[in-house]
Design a protein around this ligand. Structure first.
Ligand code: S3P
Length: 167
């Protein structure tokens, strides 16, 4: 069974939507960042502190290549996963859903969680805008389906994905 891959920026709801989507499709839910933390025994922020972003990206690619060997999973990726060509090739094996959202929603969602090293000690709104300028086209280009996530009710977002899968 083809994997369902969720891509999109920080705070687009990949984990929340992914969990519900997995329930509805009776597939296993896997969160790449969470798996990296489990493997390393420390938070994403600590990995960035010790190994820098490059170290984190190496771990991320290794984890994605392991997870993409599996089948029948709903996979939530980190917001930067699509920046590497190697990762993009891996993710294309699945059905890729881009959860599109506004900067305002991203800001509100990311403020609740401190474990986002790219937003530490910077103006979060400018950083999110900058990342979207750099990555927005890549998300669109890699997506088999684009769904507005924003502040919609999660079940509606999942309904839309399910309808597209049925077609
Ligand atoms: C990142 C997004 C994060 C995490 C890391 C880097 C990014 O994942 O992988 O902090 O580069 O946008 P979420 O999108 O799940 O927050």
């Amino acid at each position: 069974m083809q994997n369902l891959i969720l891509i999109g920026p920080m705070g687009s709801g990949k984990t929340t939507v992914g969990k519900q989507l997995a329930k509805r499709t009776r597939m296993d839910f896997v969160d790449s960042d969470h798996m990296i933390e489990e493997r390393c025994g420390v938070s994403i922020s600590t990995i960035f502190d010790i190994e820098g972003e490059d170290g984190f990206r190496r771990r991320e690619t290794k984890m994605l290549s392991e997870l993409c060997e599996r089948s029948g999973i709903v996979l939530a990726t980190g917001g930067g996963a699509i920046t590497s060509e190697e990762n993009r090739i891996l993710l294309r094996k699945g059905f890729v859903v881009y959860l599109k959202t506004s900067i305002e929603t991203q800001l509100a969602r990311t403020q609740k969680n401190q474990n986002r090293p790219l937003l530490e000690n910077v103006d979060a709104e400018s950083k999110l805008r900058q990342l979207m300028t750099e990555r927005g086209e890549l998300y669109e280009q890699e997506a088999d389906l684009v769904v507005m996530s924003g502040d919609r009710i999660v079940s509606k977002v999942v309904d839309e994905i399910m309808e597209a899968l049925d077609r």
